[in-house]
Design a protein around this ligand. Sequence first.
Ligand code: GLY
Ligand code: MN
Ligand code: MN
Length: 488
Amino acid sequence: MAEELTPETPEETETEEQAIKQRKNGLYPGVSDELAESMKSGWADTELTGLAPIAQADRTAARRAALSARFPGERLVIPAGNLKTRSNDTEYSFRASTEYAYLTGDQTHDGVLVLEPTGTGHEATIYLLPRSNRENGEFWLDGMGELWVGRRHSLTEAEQLLGLPAKDVRELAAALKEATGPVRAVRGHDAGIEAALTDKVTAERDEELRVFLSEARLVKDDFEIAELEKACASTARGFEDVVKVLDKAEATSERYIEGTFFLRARVEGNDVGYGSICAAGPHACTLHWVRNDGAVRSGDLLLLDAGVETTELYTADVTRTLPINGRYTEIQRKIYDAVYEAQEAGIAAVKPGAAYRDFHDAAQRVLAEKLVEWGLVEGPAERVLELGLQRRWTLHGTGHMLGMDVHDCAAARTEAYVDTTLEPGMCLTVEPGLYFQADDLTVPEEYRGIGVRIEDDILVTEDGNRNLSDQLPRRSDEVEAWMAALKG
Ligand code: GLY
Ligand code: MN
Ligand code: MN
């Protein structure tokens, strides 16, 4: 069994105090001893007591228990990640690592979850930045002081909220360096913690931890499903916002669309779950068009692929391809309706016990048949599918798992994901598309520059599936009626 983490701190504290003194003299040379003394006192005690645990505290405990059972006798280290400097003393907005948020419900930068092996399992401790020290000036002289960045929870408050013992994270790296026994860490989020563990971990063993945490998220619990429902409902409202400004956006740009959706994401959620794809006209044929710097023109289509990420970090991933002036042209409708038919076939194939690949195959078959029917590729459809010829225009897979990450469970093994069968509680996107590049000389001119994708978020249920994003219409005539009603 590994030793308990018992950090040596005096040296660290001294260094920290020296650092603060240096900052004080360097950055704030005008601080008199009298002012420094004054800032130490005269502040009310704001400690919060009797805090109720966060809503998902029992779910995070169950997730940690599953993790503990998989890696008995090993110390497990799961960091939230650090702030990333944008320039000088400004940082990019922070989003906690999925693994850390999944296991703790916390989203604080620099936080680290450690599962310490005990005789029977593990004891979990969360390591966090405590409240700022007022005695040494940290709270107002340090860039991370609460006076600058806002009040943090005290460690005691965090314990009540998260249902976990909490300790000072500034003591953790030194303690990990000293600790003995087998250890695994989730990599890629916290360079300081990784440096402390550098001669104790291996890439292969750490990867096993990452894979386990990815596969653990394949089946969502009730809290997660409710979050995905919220994400989809907010996303639907964001799409409505966009439709309402389309006339205005027409005079401006894809950026206006992006900003409109972003407002909804920030007001109702944490952020967008991925860069919004606001692709007007031929930009729809660029799969990850996030530059969003094009014009929005009447007569073109707008492919909008966007998702709100909730405050608990679950994201929707929805696409609608809308006629900017409210009516599909004949050729746009022909292509749109084919994609709709493919999506219907794909969604129908999502049910418990079905092979994961079934929904992709079902959608691809419809698209291949359409391409043959339109004379764009020589049939029969079986030949097209066998040779993969439809992929010139279908371009991507028909979907993926969805959850805290837009491409969720990405580290799962093939046998646990694409080669598995669907189970209730899995949530996946079904998102077929057809894309005719503007310079594709193999198709008649009228097709060129048209891209259509329809994407919905489908939950596998006990007896089939439920479309979580069905607040938004999909059929071409229903899309037109919905747009007309919103525009008044
Ligand atoms: N928005 C990226 C995707 O649909 O997978
Ligand atoms: Mn998707
Ligand atoms: Mn998408």
